[in-house]
Design a protein around this ligand. Structure first.
Ligand code: BGC
Ligand code: NOJ
Length: 831
């Protein structure tokens, strides 16, 4: 069944049934203050770093599902004689009280969610969003009385504060239960645990409206054995005005609202984060009371409804501008809404959060991944090029002098750490791809000259260009017995741990090593190296360094030869050689005979496009035919086949998963677009788009009970054919799937691709598409593109502003011209 629908014109997904198969969430915030919000107002907020600056508390894996959030309660205060139902209370977002609501709807939009319902004639709509430029979230509640009598209501709002470090908060109770502190002043609740000592930040929770009371001690508000569904204060209709000293600080406001029949009223709640200068923390300076001079004007501004409305309009305009960079109109609605809205939006969310905080990533474990963030950039660079530039420089500054990279860095400090392991030998190569994407998008070569340190060490700065050179060198310095790159800890597939050999329960596959790492090799890294070396050659050539370009091309060619000699298995590309130099991903194997990653990346690198054995076609075609034969399911392309049926010491985490899940032959959606791109490269538009549709979230909306995750964003994984729950998705939102699908559909299937020379238009679309139109802002020029099919195949006949142009690249117009009309005749015209 369906739990909602797309409202394409408002760019919203409208959930009409609250008990979705999993919490269907959205993100608030686009700069520094962020929040996750589910369709029933569950979730939490943090400032910059989901671990170190957690503002509100959230308990993962809770019972019932998704408990804790930005909760409002409405209580009927009018006695029956006055038409009321005194004492009845409910949650307008369904959770946590879970009454049968009428007209429940959650509209997830771009950076905001509106959750509303009607209960016993009282309509309540809450718009949740984070305004641009400030570190707070707004809950704008509008109440409307549809009864024929006046209504007297109490509104209770509640958040549970986190004691800042989310990890300590969940573990260190002997300390935590004694440190909680708050202040309540002028109807604002300030959460200031640890402010007395080294922190200079605090949280605040404010409200407009007729303030009737507050609570700040959770167990007083709820009642000692009470739950969120039935807080004692709400039941009795009056706050306790409790002040937290230790235990569990919360912020709860009680506001009374009287509404005439048909009357409507707005209450604004603000939850925010504020930092004071270290020397202006206290007022008076010798006290431990917060100096509120800086925060008060911010609170006052957003308690004014006009300012809130203006901030919301600004947020909408911000998103409209970002999305306007690329818009399409194709014959397929699922393609349109993902490209135009949701896929681009998800790319921005991965830009902000990498893999840190979702309903599947707890926010305490993982910082920004080096490999992840470089790939994410491919999906957002066109929308926020200046921020992408900053991101590249931050990432490169965590690179090591060896050319290697920390596997992740902490967003708050921007320092690299190897908490989840080091020596993933693919890591540094992704930096070349992100820089190439940035250069093609912007033409801003100055980034290559930026001095960037290694490991953030002052004095070690070298131009970014040298970082890229060292990335390639890192691979070349680490070749194995077949001349292929040593895999190290793992490559893109974090779970292919060929040097780990772990037999200790619970030991991390990502940090344990028991081999010297001198033998196991990765064909995937070989392919990625060829791709990166060719990109660096193009960069060098663009900068006029012809000789260097030749060097990189020669290295790429040498590696390509290595792949053809030692990385081809007869019908597909091999995956790896293990620590005993036995093949992984070969027909010689019992299990794990064919892997998807090496097929994808090698073809992207241009390996196997020409030649090939008699009657069999080029290797790329053979590899793709093998993918089709062995790996494709109705729900997407699985990672390998056959799945590993048991644990193999020499393969590591990949074989730790039950068959069909995650890296053990799950549909790891990140890799599917590589195959779409490969199909596009060899000219198969029908096949490429068919694969695109299999995992397209919107196209899977109708099977929501099976798919379970949100129908508007990609999930990392869909259970593979070996799993009992084949087709069920997990780990939505924070996944490289977002960026790569965006690249696959926009740059390769629709074929609109930035190059150094201009915007390329080389569509490889389904044969039955009569054409499509697109608008792409590229280097400040709006390209209005019309593609019309004139015959079979993918030939391009280009004209720009009515003038025929050879090839398929739209030259950059003379300075000052801000718009071009691009006409493409697609296919070979008859006669
Ligand atoms: C997961 C991988 C992930 C890794 C991160 C593994 O358990 O299966 O998908 O990349 O953890 O550390
Ligand atoms: C998720 C990780 O974030 C990513 O870096 C990795 O490539 C995939 N899992 C595959 O293991």
């Amino acid at each position: 069944m369906r739990y909602g629908h797309f409202d394409d014109s408002r760019r919203e997904y409208v959930i009409t049934q609250p008990d979705t198969p999993l919490p269907w969430i959205n993100y608030l915030g686009s700069e520094a203050y962020f929040g996750l919000i589910s369709n029933t107002a569950g979730g939490y907020s943090f400032y910059r770093d989901a671990r170190l600056r957690r503002i509100t508390r959230y308990r993962y894996n809770n019972v019932p599902l998704d408990s804790g959030g930005r909760y409002l309660y409405l209580r009927d205060d009018a006695p029956p004689a006055e038409g009321g139902d005194e004492g009845a209370f409910w949650s307008p977002s369904w959770q946590p009280a879970r009454h049968d609501l009428e007209d429940y709807a959650c509209r997830h939009g771009l950076g905001y969610s509106i959750i509303g319902s009607t209960y016993r004639g009282i309509e309540a709509q809450t718009r949740y969003f984070v305004p641009l430029g400030d570190n707070l979230e707004i809950w704008q509640l509008t109440l409307t009385n549809h009864r024929s009598e006046a209504a007297h209501l109490s509104v209770f709002a509640c958040v549970e504060f986190c004691l800042w470090d989310a990890w300590d908060d969940a573990t260190n109770y002997q300390r935590n239960l004694s440190i909680g502190e708050v202040e309540v002043e002028d109807a604002v609740i300030y959460h200031k645990s640890e402010y007395r000592e080294r922190r200079n930040h605090f949280a605040f929770f404010a409200c407009s409206g007729e303030w009737a009371g507050f609570d700040t001690q959770r167990d007083v508000f709820l009642g000692l054995y009470g739950g969120w569904d039935k807080p004692a204060a709400v039941e009795r209709g009056r706050s306790f005005n409790s002040v937290a000293h230790g235990w569990a600080p919360i912020g709860s406001h009680h506001v009374r609202v009287a509404l005439e029949p048909g009357g409507t009223h707005q209450v604004v709640f603000l939850l925010g984060y504020h930092e004071n200068p270290a020397d202006r923390k206290f007022d008076p300076p010798t006290s431990s009371l917060i100096d509120k001079a800086g925060v008060k004007p911010i609170i006052a501004r957003y308690l004014e409804p006009e300012n809130v409305d203006a901030a919301f309009r600004a947020l909408r305009a911000y998103w409209d501008d970002l999305l306007a960079v690329f818009q399409v109109d194709t014959p397929d609605v699922h393609t349109d809404r993902m490209v135009n809205v949701w896929n681009a939006y998800q790319c921005m969310v991965t830009f902000n959060l990498s893999r840190s905080a979702s309903f599947f990533e707890s926010g305490v474990g993982r910082g920004m991944g080096f490999r992840d963030s470089n790939q994410d950039l491919l999906g957002f660079v066109h929308m926020v090029p200046a921020r992408a530039r900053r991101r590249i420089l931050d990432l490169a500054a965590t690179q090591l002098e060896s050319g290697g990279a920390y596997h992740q860095y902490q967003p708050l400090t921007k320092r690299g750490n190897d908490a989840v392991g080091a020596n993933f030998n693919d890591d540094p190569l992704w930096l070349v791809l992100s820089v190439a994407a940035y250069l093609k998008e912007t033409g801003d070569g100055s980034i290559l000259d930026e001095p960037v340190p290694y490991d953030n060490q002052p004095g070690s700065e070298q131009p970014l260009y040298e970082h890229l050179q060292r990335s390639l060198r890192y691979t070349l310095d680490r070749l194995g017995p077949h001349g292929l790159p040593l895999i190290g800890r793992a490559d893109w597939n974090d779970c292919l741990n060929l040097n780990t050999f772990s037999s200790t329960p619970g030991e991390s596959f990502q940090t344990a090593t028991s081999k010297d790492g001198e033998t196991a090799e990765s064909v995937f890294i070989a392919g990625l190296f060829v791709l990166a070396a060719r990109e660096l050659a193009a960069i060098a050539r663009w900068r006029g360094l012809e000789e260097e370009a030749h060097t990189y091309e020669a290295e790429a060619a040498r590696m390509e030869t290595g792949v053809l000699e030692h990385g081809w298995d007869g019908d597909w590309f091999l995956r790896a050689y293990d620590d005993s130099s036995r093949k992984v991903g070969s027909r010689e194997c019992q299990e794990g005979r064919i892997f998807v990653e090496s097929q994808g990346i090698c073809i992207l690198a241009g390996i196997g496009l020409d030649g090939g054995a008699e009657g069999k076609g080029p290797l790329a075609e053979q590899a793709l035919a093998s993918v089709r034969e062995h790996l494709v399911t109705p729900h997407g392309i699985v990672l390998h086949q056959p799945a590993y049926s048991r644990y193999y010491l020499h393969l590591g985490e990949i074989s730790s998963y039950p068959p069909g899940y995650k890296e053990n032959a799950g549909i790891f959606c990140h890799t599917n677009p590589w195959i779409m791109i490969a199909e596009a490269i060899v000219g198969h538009g029908d096949q490429a788009h068919d694969y695109y549709m299999r995992i397209n979230p919107s196209a899977r909306e109708a099977i929501a009970d099976l798919h379970r995750c949100e129908p508007y964003v990609y999930a990392q994984m869909i259970a593979g054919r070996d799993a009992p729950t084949h087709g069920e998705a997990k780990n939505s939102w924070l996944t490289g799937t977002a960026a790569w699908n965006y690249v696959a559909i926009s740059q390769w299937i629709l074929g609109i691709r930035p190059t150094y020379a201009g915007l390329q238009v080389a569509p490889v679309v389904p044969s039955n598409w009569p054409g499509f139109t697109a608008t792409r802002v590229f280097r400040g020029v709006t390209h209005r593109i019309t593609v019309e099919r004139v015959g079979e195949g993918n030939d391009v006949c280009l004209s720009v502003d009515g003038v025929p142009v050879p090839g398929d690249i739209v030259p950059l117009p003379p300075k000052g011209q801000t718009e071009v009309r691009v006409q493409v005749g697609l296919g070979r015209a008859q006669g």
